[in-house]
Design a protein around this ligand. Structure first.
Ligand code: LLP
Length: 403
């Protein structure tokens, strides 16, 4: 059991706390599920990009799925081997492509024909060959929140099957491109297996038709997306997930690459915030806390539910309240209509499932410094990121003032 009260006293609030042992457990569960095949788990760095977290997974054998050159650099800094690093994203700049090629990562996951041509041009300039995969958009409804759906033609991600085929032919004929992989990622927080299976069937068929053209791929990259329990969702069992992917690959000698983010980190993380005030506007009750949408934006952005646990001596009956932060936006809330006893100043609230897309989506809005991050491992707490100070926030602007 993590002693949240003690952590809040020692490190102050708002605070992110990650259970590294839980991350290990999740990693092993997924890795073992794919044991019938060669596989690489490439941790989706965007879900939690703290260097210590990336390093933790790297130590377990993980690679890294990155969506900016900044994330690629983080992966290198944390010790992820270059041959396990993948760079995806719909809008890579020339500089990003150049650096990824120079760093000789596993492959660049290309998301449009225009991008393929840029990658080819840059590889030519560098007088080298760039390994690529193509992100296929299978046009399958992943049945998740529309903001985190990525596998429909309506979404900006990837290319349709026919286009992907043309891109592979082009890449195969190029002296500067080496098509080694194929990729799809239809969405995040997936709780239904069927859309994943349907997508895998489509993409595996494409692999077969490429083989008929003598284009032999090595990596079958199934993206991330495995959903987790925030509340009472039914989730996909990792073993079943692996099985349904492997069924589609019968007869194909491909290494499976999986890019889990949320599955590894979401339920390892807690966001700690303290109660500042109780207030009532007419019939409406608000609990005002010191954490806000700049720390954890998922409730404001997606209406996402996070379980919230109150650590309090209050014995009053629970009533409904909105839990809101100090940011100057009506949309600044951690929960709406949440049932809580009447709380005291300094009572602690523990927001669960905050390890994925929590800190990383934070901002300095309202000139609020980002919170500290703590790792718990073997019962010991370690500071893995300091709390941002006012000086940190204005440092770059002060440089400017001196002119
Ligand atoms: N691979 C690719 C290419 C992705 O786009 C993503 C997530 C992942 C892997 C990891 O997906 P995961 O296993 O974490 O579901 N901010 C949103 C989630 C955005 C996900 C974007 N892509 C949220 O807070 O729910």
């Amino acid at each position: 059991m993590i002693n949240f009260k003690e952590l809040a006293q020692t490190y102050k609030t708002p605070l992110y706390v990650y259970d590294f042992d839980y991350m290990t457990k999740q990693y092993e569960e997924l890795k073992v599920a794919f044991k019938g095949r060669k596989s690489i788990m490439a941790f989706a760095v965007k879900s939690n990009s703290n260097l210590s977290v990336i390093k933790h997974f790297a130590n377990l054998g993980s690679g890294a799925d990155c969506v900016s050159i900044g994330e690629v650099r983080r992966a290198f800094l944390a010790g992820v081997p270059k041959y396990k690093i993948i760079f995806s994203g719909v809008g890579k700049s020339d500089d990003e492509i150049r650096e990824a090629i120079e760093r000789d990562i596993l492959y660049i996951n290309v998301e449009s024909e225009a991008e393929l041509l840029r990658v080819e041009l840059i590889a030519k300039e560098l007088n080298t060959v760039c390994r690529i995969s193509v992100r296929v958009n299978p046009n399958i409804d992943p049945k998740t929140h529309p903001y985190i759906s990525t596998g429909l033609h309506d979404n900006k991600f990837g290319v349709e099957i026919d286009m992907a085929k043309r891109m592979y032919i082009r890449a195969n004929n190029s002296e500067h491109l080496d098509p080694v992989g194929i990729h799809f990622h239809i969405g995040s927080q997936l709780t239904q297996a069927e859309p994943i299976y349907e997508s895998a069937v489509i993409v595996a068929d494409l692999v077969r038709s490429l083989m008929a053209l003598k284009i032999e791929l090595k990596f079958f990259d199934i993206g991330g997306g495995l959903g987790v329990k925030y509340n009472d969702e039914t989730t996909i069992d990792p073993y079943n997930y692996a099985q349904l992917i492997l069924i589609t690959l019968k007869g194909l000698d491909l290494t499976v690459i999986c890019e889990p983010g949320r599955f590894l980190t979401a339920n390892a993380g807690y966001f700690l915030t303290k109660v500042l005030y109780e207030k009532q506007n007419g019939l409406k009750r608000f609990v005002v806390v010191d954490g806000a949408m700049n720390d954890l934006i998922r409730p404001s952005l997606y209406g996402a539910y996070h379980k919230i646990e109150a650590i309090t001596d209050s014995k009053t009956e629970a009533t409904i309240a909105d839990i809101v932060g100090p940011v100057c936006e009506s949309g600044d809330f951690l929960a709406k209509n949440y049932s809580l006893p009447i709380l005291e100043h300094n009572d602690l609230l523990v927001v669960h499932s905050a390890g994925a897309y929590g800190f990383g989506m934070g901002s300095n809005y309202n000139t609020r410094g980002r919170s500290a991050e703590i790792a718990i491992s073997d019962g010991k707490a370690r500071l893995i990121r300091k709390r941002e100070t006012f000086d940190d926030l204005v440092a770059l602007e002060l440089e400017f003032l001196q002119d």
